[in-house]
Design a binder for this molecule. Structure first.
Ligand SMILES: Cc1ncc(C[n+]2csc(CCOP(=O)(O)OP(=O)(O)O)c2C)c(N)n1
Ligand code: SF4
Length: 275
């Protein structure tokens, strides 16, 4: 199948992709390409950085400046790129494991600094690439290859984690809500600060199978039926929100961005003003 978006933004020689039938990651990758297209970004000024995992393979398929780094280090590498080239639009593609387990420290410190990058988390509640180990977003009680009796760990809500650590734009999208998620990614890219879009993906091969979630279609239908828009959620009682999840923008703040502050120090030193 061909489409202008695929021909324009994807490396034809890297396709077909490695993802399983029904995997949600391809939908989210397309949402990012669509957001870049809608914003008419100069592709030579876009840098896509990923870690390691099924999700992180997306960077290899996308025809921009891209770097596929090591597990958990996408945000660290992205920080270096943004510091060296503040004029670049840096977009990080990462998994829930990559971003919040091995890469958790980089995630919280980049948020604390409020460095300008858009972090798009492909959150499928499990380690897909390595065979279904439980991750920091596996719901308590759910199964993974390393949680054969059900996880007893409290899971992270990535939107809450990002806000608490200092991120200044935080949102949640899903594989089902294609247009809404694309618009959230656009806003994350435009925001001048550390932006996180926690995108609920699906891994029918491991998370779905181990937790009897049905087919890929069933898993996407679950997203459709359980998502509540963040604005609407504010009018709902805890009882009405029971079993639902919130999507859309969940936090927005205009705290000053890190590379701007850093440049001010450089400018002051050049002008002889700094001590
Ligand atoms: C330092 C290091 N530790 C462990 C691994 C093995 N490893 C590769 S991908 C991965 C988990 C990926 O899970 P996630 O980030 O959630 O992405 P998904 O595959 O689910 O999209 C792990 C543990 C590695 N490559 N490098
Ligand atoms: S293992 Fe899961 S996350 Fe990885 S490609 Fe297959 S469905 Fe997608």
């Amino acid at each position: 199948m061909s489409s202008p978006l695929i021909e324009t933004y994807f490396r034809q020689d890297m396709l077909p992709h490695i993802w399983c039938p029904g995997c949600g990651h391809g939908v989210l990758m397309k949402d990012i390409a669509q957001a870049i297209d809608n914003l008419k970004l100069d592709r030579d000024k876009v840098c896509i950085v990923s870690g390691i995992g099924c999700s992180s393979r997306a960077a290899g398929y996308m025809d921009f400046n891209t770097i596929h780094t090591t597990h958990g280090r996408a945000i660290a590498v992205a920080t270096g790129i943004k510091m060296a080239r503040p004029d670049f639009q840096v977009i990080v593609i990462t998994g829930d494991g990559d971003a919040t387990a091995i890469g958790g420290n980089h995630f919280i410190h980049a948020a604390r600094r409020n460095i300008n990058m858009a972090v798009i988390v492909f959150n499928n509640n499990i380690y897909g690439m390595t065979g279904g180990q439980y991750s920091p977003t596996t719901p308590m009680g759910d199964y993974g290859t390393t949680a054969p009796y059900g996880s007893i760990d409290q899971s992270f809500d990535i939107t809450d984690l990002a806000k608490a650590a200092g991120a200044t734009f935080v949102a949640r999208g899903t594989v089902f809500h294609v247009d809404k998620t694309t618009r959230l990614i656009e806003r994350a890219i435009l925001h001048r600060g550390f932006s996180v879009v926690d995108c609920f993906s699906i891994c029918p091969t491991y998370y779905g199978r181990k937790n009897k979630k049905g087919s890929a279609v069933d898993m996407v239908r679950y997203q459709k039926e359980h998502a509540v828009d963040s604005a609407l959620s504010k009018t709902m009682s805890p009882q009405q929100l029971e079993g639902k999840f919130i999507m859309g923008e969940t936090h927005h703040d205009n705290r000053e961005e890190y590379t701007i502050k850093y440049q001010r120090i450089i400018d002051n030193l050049r002008g002889g003003k700094a001590k």
